[in-house]
Ligand binder design. Sequence first.
Ligand SMILES: [Zn+2]
Length: 371
Amino acid sequence: MGLEIDKYQDYKEKLLFGRYINNDSIVKLNMKYDFLVIGHSSNNLPIYSIKMGFGPIKILLWSQMHGNESTSTKALFDCLSFLNNYQKNIFSSVTLMLIPILNPDGALKYTRENINNIDLNRDALSLSQIESSILRNHYNQFKPDFCFNLHDQRSIYSVKNNKPSILSFLSPSANFEKSETKSRKESMKIIAFVKGKMSSIIPDNISRYNDDYNQNCVGDTFQSLKTPTILFESGHIGQDYNREKTREYMCYSLIYSINSIAFNDFVKIDYKDYYLIPENSTFFCDIFLKNVKTFSDKNQTIDICIMFKEVLDINKKEIRFEPYIDKHGHFSNMSGHLNVDFNQIKDCFDMSNNFIIDNLMDIINKLRIIQ
Ligand SMILES: [Zn+2]
């Protein structure tokens, strides 16, 4: 195993934890890195950047353009900490420009959109929001050779129908034809390189994101401007709702990506290997219940898919996960991050009862204690 794995607990950025990461969380790291204010959000919060290195290859990385997608931000700081502590020489090959939280208003409110309810990743063409213009101006000035666009994906994503997708990647399309342009192929090679490195750690939990072209998405726009761009998505596994395990895997992926660029390792990869990575499917839910008896049909049982709504508890400054029934019926392909069989439960449930989720959760919690 490499240093990045052996030493993870030593270099992990421990000041950052959990899902609720905003400007207040990251400014504590100002003592380690020089934060530069590159502009202000729609609600006048500072947008920070960090520049590391002096190498000729320039990489622009941004995270939390969706305010509630914080896992990759934690991973980004872990990655920076690793490079700074164990691989300082890389900074003579690459210059990194990081924007850890592009959407600080959304991060504070824990929303995907910015304060004006605009999804910044659908604003690349119109640049109607100040955050979008700041990213675009930064891109124009820095003239990156590569772009990393960091996100979180929902817990519904799976690899085929039985493994959760912990990480997914995309080489965004540069046009409607999804042509294999030079920059797109370079992104594909880097992703295939990372997938190869990660295969010894999580061989079955990596997928690739849908590549339909959307010129309103930032990655598609930068790819069409001929800058190889990669979308990184932090996914979900098991009961790790703080996504600390995913954070670790995402950190390794970032380290491998940057290394593959710095040392030109990705060029030897066949870009077609990218297509061997399975496409994302949506066969997962947070809790999957099997064999639930209902009043409406006493002859057969049903399956229930429960999802968690993420709610910001502003006093505790943490995220609460509120269960709700996403769908019920018969789903032979579905799995849950928690699977519970109600076979032994004699109770019959009334699916029209507003309090059914509370009843179900009581039983699930009791069964979990017994297990
Ligand atoms: Zn996102």
